[in-house]
Design a protein around this ligand. Structure first.
Ligand SMILES: Nc1ncnc2c1ncn2[C@@H]1O[C@H](COP(=O)(O)OP(=O)(O)OP(=O)(O)O)[C@@H](O)[C@H]1O
Ligand SMILES: [Mg+2]
Length: 355
């Protein structure tokens, strides 16, 4: 029997069990329940008034301030924010690794305090901190994790998951011999073993190479297409913009924006237009001053404009009338980074005042 071969070998008692053992559900019958139910929840994750104050030496730190967040079932949701914004705190509360101070959180309709087993069965979490037992092999760790979640041997997909994450050739190596990036991949693999309807990835691509990042995002996209709700954090804003259909930006423990990626991008009504000139220009022509043109150098004239206020055709016809010889035109759209910086800079001073 193929499954029997995959099962972890008995371990000596002195061996430390993976940390997962502490938090996993013991109600194994509930594992497959979340996907099977006819009444699927509207929201995969629902957080209301979630508050977290950490005790620190000098007092307390307000890491989450009455956060409200709803993540629709089936979405690919990006939770973004600067370092220390509170993203991992929120995720660790969902994972049951950190206790909330106030508020409520539901995963797949299950309150994390009232129905902890069902809530945890519905979610697979890749925490930001690497916590892998170094004395198990990747295959053993996945089998162990599957056992903890009550996945019957015939339904286990350890080797399939390891291949999908580029770890097939390391399946039998001790985890301690894996590189940092490989350990991160193994963490992602562990979160997938029970095929949860909600997958949460806290900076899964930190420290992994470009090729794997691409591969992981492709995999995440595929899972999402097949129905898995994904919540991820990343500091690669370009990737979040390409990947996520909805985005929330959190700063100083508060949600400062939450919208579809499209609507968020529309918020900054700002674009730039660069005219590449065929001959040198000493100063911005009088007729173009109204559009606030700036000379980057004698051959590059830049305009920052609001598409809703001044259509690009107006700038171009004014430039032609002014006799400029235009050899090329470059336009730049607002991207998520612009929005992110604008929103979080605004929050910086406010947050400082409140802490
Ligand atoms: N166990 C803890 N005890 C005290 N303070 C903590 C603890 N964990 C986190 N914090 C503080 O809570 C705040 C939020 O931290 P958190 O790890 O949630 O941020 P983050 O948004 O995940 O940041 P990053 O992008 O760096 O991962 C920070 O000021 C952090 O120092
Ligand atoms: Mg974090």
């Amino acid at each position: 029997m193929a499954e029997a071969v995959l099962l972890p070998e008995p371990r000596p008692m002195k061996k430390k069990c993976p940390q997962a053992l502490v938090i996993m559900p013991d109600d194994q019958t509930s594992v497959a329940a979340p996907l099977a139910g006819a009444d699927l929840p509207v929201f995969a994750i629902e957080v209301k008034g979630l508050d977290k104050r950490y005790r620190t030496n000098g007092g307390e730190l307000h890491a989450l301030a009455e956060v409200d967040l709803t993540i629709p079932r089936g979405s690919l949701f990006g939770l973004l924010g600067p370092n220390g914004a509170g993203k991992s705190t929120l995720i660790n509360i969902l994972a049951g690794l950190v206790n909330k101070s106030a508020g409520s959180a539901k995963i797949w309709g299950y309150d994390i305090l009232e129905r902890p087993r069902q809530a945890r069965s519905a979610i697979g979490i890749v925490p930001q901190e690497l916590n892998i037992d170094p004395f198990f092999t990747p295959r053993e760790l996945l089998e162990l994790q599957a056992g903890l979640y009550g996945v019957p041997p015939r339904e286990r997909r350890s080797d399939e998951i390891l291949s999908a994450l580029g770890l097939a050739d390391k399946a039998q190596s001790y985890a301690r011999t894996l590189s940092g990036g490989m350990r991160r991949r193994l963490m992602v693999a562990k979160a997938m073993v029970h095929n949860p309807p909600v997958l949460v990835l806290d900076e899964p691509t930190a420290g992994v190479d470009v090729a794997f990042r691409q591969q992981l995002w492709d995999h995440v996209r595929d899972l999402n297409r097949l129905g898995t709700t994904v919540l991820l954090t990343t500091h690669y804003l370009e990737e979040a913009e390409a990947l996520c259909d909805r985005i929330a930006i959190i700063d100083h423990g508060r949600v400062i924006a939450c919208d579809t990626t499209k609507s968020l991008l529309k918020r900054l009504d700002s674009k730039s237009l660069t005219l590449v000139l065929g001959s040198d220009l000493d100063a911005v022509p009088e007729a173009l001053k109204v559009f606030k043109g700036e000379l980057a150098d004698p051959r590059h004239l830049i305009f920052h404009y609001r598409p809703s206020k001044s259509p690009v055709s107006e700038i171009l016809s004014a430039a032609t009338t002014a006799g400029l010889q235009i050899v090329d035109i470059v336009t730049e759209e607002t991207d998520l980074e612009d929005i992110f910086l604008q929103l979080t800079r605004r929050g910086q001073a406010k947050g400082r005042d409140e802490r």
